[in-house]
Structures are given as C-alpha cells and as structure tokens.
Design a protein around this ligand. Structure first.
Ligand SMILES: Nc1ncnc2c1ncn2[C@@H]1O[C@H](COP(=O)(O)OP(=O)(O)OP(=O)(O)O)[C@@H](O)[C@H]1O
Ligand SMILES: [Mg+2]
Length: 504
C-alpha cells in the first residue's frame, strides 16, 4: 500500500462520512468531489441522497461558482438561498432545484483533496451556521486521521530501508532514528572517551540505563575498565552509605567484616548512580567531595581513600524542583550536570514506534523461540495513537505479552492488552451526533490539544512551572492539576510530587 492507496481508502471514509452527514443534518443529498492533480479538475466520486441513491465516478469539471470559491479561500461556505446568493453559478445548473447548501473544501495542510457539497434540508429550512460547523469539524477530524495514516504508511514503506541500519552503529541495542535520538547518539559518542560527569534525565522507561551503559561501552578503552551500577533509590540511607563508601568491621551493628564500597570498586572506571534524586543531603555532601577531590572515608574509618572515578548519574525527577524545595544541593547539581542527556518520552518520537516495535518483536520472538515477525496494520495504528506514559518499557511489556499470545507471524489486536484496544480507529457518528474519530470524542481531541499546549509551554519556559502557568494564563495550581491529570506528574506517597515529564 502506498500513500495514494491511503487516499483510495480515504475516499471510502470520506464517502461514508458524507452519507452519515446527510443523515445527521437531515439533508436531501450530498456529493463528494475528489481533486485530480494531473488535469486540475474535480471529479464527482460519490453522490448520495436521503434514499441512499448512489452515483460514483462520474467525471465532471468543477471549479467555478461556490465550490471554486470555497476552494480558493479554503473556507467552508454556507449558501442559505441559491436564488439570492451572487456566488452561485447557475450556468449548467438551470435544472437545479436546490435551495440551500453547504460547500466544504477538503485540505490536508496545503494539499487539496477535494470538496464536499451537502444540499437542502428535508424540512425546507436553510442550513444554519451550526450545521456548517458540525460538518466542517467532522471532516477536519477525519482528514487529520487520514493524514496521520498517510504519514504512517509512508514511514512503513521506508522501514525496510531504514532497518538496514536501525541501530546506530555502536548502539546495537538502542533503537532510534528520530532526530532527538540521533542527537543523543552523537552526544554519547562525543562523551564516551572523556571522563566528564554526565547527568541523564527522562521519564521512567525512556532508556536512561541503556544510555548509561552505552556511554561506557562505546569507547573500547573505557569498556575494559570497571563499570559499577548502583540503584540508589532501592536502598535506605545507611545501606546506601556503606554500599557506596564501604565500611570497616564494627562500624555499625551487623558490620561483621570490612567491606569495599562501590566507589573503590569503580576506581579508574565509571560508576553509574541511578535515581540520584534519592540521595539525602548528607549523602549529597559526601558525593560532592568525591566529585571535587576524589576522596572519602569508609563508614567507621578515619583513613581517607583516593579514587579516580567517572560519574554518570540518572534521574526521572526534576532536580531543579528539588533544589527549589531545598532537597537537592545546587552545587552538586552543577557538578553532575556537566553534560546533560535528556531522553525524550516516546510520545515525542512517534516516528520511532514502528522501528521499536520491529526490534522488540525480534528480541522477544527470539527469546521465546517463536516466529512472530511484525504487528498488523491496525495494531501499529493503535501503537502510534497511544501516549505510552510508561514509555519504551511499557511498549516492551505489551509486545512481550503479545508475542507470547500471537498465533502466527503477526501480532493482532486480540493479542494486545485491553487498554490499547479501546481506541477505535473508525470514524463514526453516534446517534446523539457525537463525532468520534479514532475513538476520540471532540472532548478528548480538545484534551490532546491542551496536553500539547502544556508540553510546548513547558518546553518554551525550560521547565519552569511558574513561567509556564504565566504564559498559559492559568495559575500554578491549575497547571499542576492538569499536569497530574495528563500523567506528566505523579504523586507518590511519602515522596511528594514526582515529575514524570519535563522539569519544573
Ligand atoms: N531506544 C531503545 N531501544 C530499545 N529498547 C529500549 C530503548 N530504550 C529503552 N529500551 C528498553 O526499555 C526498557 C526500559 O529502559 P531503561 O531501563 O533503560 O529505562 P529507564 O529510563 O532507566 O527507566 P526507569 O526510569 O524506570 O529506571 C528496557 O527493557 C530497555 O531495554
Ligand atoms: Mg533506570
């Protein structure tokens, strides 16, 4: 299937939408014209009247009159009374008995697809502005979906070609072609053979751990040196203290023998401090000394140990917010943030989803000894529509589960968890005239736009919630509530607010 084939499918969607609009607006008839770019003409592709009478593929030159005007100004036009409207061109329509009609040009971006005309209400009343807005909104939503689908198919077409080099050379296990990921790969390569401290941040499941490993593995010399990883959030302060710095026998109850800490084990190599945000202030002071002077003492000992360590730290928290709350030292932050790698959430690199799906299926299919190869088209559509709050980890879990359940070579909708299949890609008009496209009511489409708006404002304000709230004209509390409702923030017991998305 290629891009134009999507418009062939699109034609069917447009035609059935037209038919439904005629029913919803209680109109007499309607026609769909598709624009032929080769000979610059509009071709009548479907005509329906209330009785369902259908005419298709009758070629007819159009372009003058109201339709031509609607196309030229790219705006839908409402004609309440043909006889008194000067824009209506009676030429060739002498027999035309209609009174009122709506003419809606169909554009995706700058690309003219065609035009829809809906003629006369059964009641004899003229169409209203509300009728026009209703029809126009529905068509706009459908066109947006068609455009998204076209992009997706175009991407799938070049997928094979892309797959030849889907992983960036040295980053064999990290899939990504999105410009944001390419920049990150370049940064990883640039810092790999340095001893610079790196701070990696990004929402949960975005690949921070993978990147930390890549930094170490990318350089053949560094690769041979020790790489020690500590999940700091998993340990209590006392345990973390002795885990990192070591202790001497008798330092505390249960310290039966001397213990070498992780900093010593990582000497001359790299230590990866994951969840750095969980460091207490006193641990932060000790870490700062290691960074500045390469010095520390084991717990319970007065002998100073010297090390040469490269530090990579990661967090899914907004350290600036923690600094504001007095929970994180500013000087430590500056020391850690020499090189910053900010991993984008999956919803900001949707074009990578087909590649990721392919690679993750390959990985799990191999592990499970199965022959699952790809996802079906409608599954890919769900994948690209879903917001993936748990990012790649969530996608990987869904794919692993689906690979287990899949019966043949393709993952189908039936293999997905329910929350992914609840999205309906078909456009339909409910009996109460609520429009649904891709399972989205207008309300949820508005929510999507609001989400985008907040993300953009946060980006522009470099993560400052105060500035973001100001630029959006809302107060901080409202912004905070909205961010929580969109999953940009989560509230965890005892730990206060956890930023999942952008910095505050
Ligand atoms: N670009 C990628 N290509 C392939 N797999 C990826 C990619 N990014 C992440 N993954 C996979 O997603 C999962 C989560 O990645 P990782 O543990 O690195 O994320 P994280 O950001 O450290 O998450 P958390 O904040 O929850 O610790 C892992 O199974 C990893 O292999
Ligand atoms: Mg991690």
């Amino acid at each position: 299937m290629n891009g134009s084939a999507v418009y062939e499918d699109g034609k069917a969607f447009l035609a059935s939408t037209l038919q439904r609009l005629i029913g919803a607006l209680k109109a007499h008839s309607g026609s769909l014209f598709l624009f032929n770019h080769e000979n610059n003409e509009l071709v009548l592709s479907a005509y329906y009247n209330a009785k369902g009478f259908v005419l298709t593929d009758i070629k007819k030159k159009m372009g003058e009159g109201v339709a031509g005007c609607a196309i030229k100004v790219r705006t839908p036009i409402l004609v309440k009374d043909i006889d008194t409207d000067p824009r209506f061109n009676r030429n060739g329509f002498a027999h035309y008995r209609g009174k009122s009609f709506i003419s809606i040009p169909l554009y995706t971006g700058d690309h003219l697809i065609g035009l829809i005309n809906i003629t006369d209400k059964d009641s004899g009343e003229p169409f209203t502005e509300q009728d026009l807005m209703f029809a126009d909104n529905e068509l706009k939503l459908l066109l947006k979906k068609l455009e998204d689908q076209r992009t997706l198919v175009a991407e799938n077409e070049s997928l094979k070609e892309k797959l030849a080099g889907s992983s960036c050379g040295k980053f064999l296990n990290i899939t990504g072609k999105h410009p944001k990921m390419r920049k990150i790969f370049a940064l990883v390569e640039a810092v790999a053979n340095t001893r610079a401290t790196v701070l990696i941040n990004g929402e949960s499941g975005t690949g921070k751990r993978l990147i930390a490993h890549a930094i170490h593995n990318c350089d053949p010399i560094e690769q041979k040196k020790p790489f020690v990883e500590v999940s700091c959030g998993a340990l209590t302060e006392t345990l973390l203290d002795s885990e990192l710095f070591g202790h001497v026998k008798g330092a505390f109850t249960g310290a039966f023998r001397d213990r070498t800490g992780r900093f010593e084990l990582a000497d001359k190599g790299t230590i990866f401090l994951d969840e750095i945000d969980s460091f207490s202030l006193s641990m932060q002071a000790k870490l700062l000394r290691v960074i500045q002077d390469g010095e520390f003492e084991r717990v319970g000992d007065s002998k100073t140990i010297k090390v040469d360590i490269r530090i990579i730290a990661a967090t899914n928290q907004d350290l600036n917010a923690l600094i504001e709350q007095g929970k994180f030292r500013k000087d430590l932050y500056y020391r850690l943030n020499i090189i910053n790698i900010a991993l984008p959430p999956l919803r900001e690199r949707v074009s990578d989803i087909p590649l990721l799906a392919h690679d993750l299926i390959g990985k799990h299919s191999k592990q499970l000894g199965k022959d699952v190869k790809e996802v079906a088209g409608d599954v890919m559509q769900r994948f690209t529509q879903y917001s993936w709050p748990g990012n790649i980890r969530e996608m990987e879990n869904a794919i692993e589960r689906a690979t287990i359940l899949a019966k043949g070579q393709f993952i189908g909708l039936e293999d997905l968890p329910d929350y992914l299949t609840l999205v309906e890609p078909q456009l339909r008009i409910e009996s109460d005239l609520t429009l649904k496209v891709g399972g989205e009511s207008l309300k949820s489409a508005i929510k999507d736009s609001e989400y985008e708006l907040i993300m953009q404002a946060l980006e522009a304000a470099e993560g400052s919630r105060t500035k973001t709230a100001q630029s959006l004209g809302i107060d901080r509390t409202t912004l905070y509530k909205k961010m929580v409702s969109y999953g940009m923030l989560k509230v965890t017991k005892g730990k206060g607010k956890k930023a999942l998305a952008l910095a505050t």
